[in-house]
Ligand binder design. Sequence first.
Ligand SMILES: [Mg+2]
Length: 285
Amino acid sequence: MQRRLGKKVLFCTSAMAVWCEAAGGVRGVVLDISGVLYDSGGGGGVPISGSTDAVKRIKESGLKLRFCTNETQATREKFVAKLQTMGFDIAVGEVIAPAPAACRILKERGLRPHLLVHDGLLPEFDQIDQSNPNCVIIGDAAENFSYENMNRAFQLLMQLEKPLLFSLGRGRYYKETDGLKIDVGVYMKALEYACDIQAEVVGKPANAFFLSALTSMGLEPHQAIMIGDDLVNDVGGAQQCGMKGVQVRTGKYRPSDEQHPTVKADGYVDNLAQAVDILLEHLNK
Ligand SMILES: [Mg+2]
């Protein structure tokens, strides 16, 4: 099937067909950030070609837009400021991130956390009582995932009558400009195994996380589409929630994702720019 968009010609291949047809009813877009907008890494990372313009085009189209990230190496404010420097039209209020969501849960349940997180994330928890901890929170702590720190988290959990572990995301790995990096999910699994417990995930792929993005746009799941580079956590999580999920072939994407045994994306696109081409072509049809 051939689609025309200005001077561009889009071919709606079978891999795109399912969501091509659904794109017409879409009222809002949820975008993953790392691996979709930019690749993180030394010096702050680099934007993915065409993505700054793609974000601009979504906003100009009148579609609602939220950014749903599992980023936990920096506060939301610092993270957004970095993306703005790269040229992205993005505001703090448009970003759904795990740390603020975790703070809400801690306050609701009267919990005091022991934090095993990146130093850059600590300011997010400034207003939270951390004395005499009764739960553990882990994020993408990177260099802070030492044996000593992991063992301290383990010991604390084992001292609790009911060990309570929160994990800010559960990704296996992500991609930086110099290669793939182990993510928080690996350490979450280690603590789960050591303590024989199950962590509560705050962030993608938890349903509540996607729902908070939808609620802030005032949309139902079937009216929104998620675009991400993580097949299980972005695409699979969004689909569980009732949204369509499209995978970009940038960031951590690997060709084997397209033969995954349990998660099948509603579509695959080369990059965000191509996803936006297709979305805008089908909008209101
Ligand atoms: Mg990503």
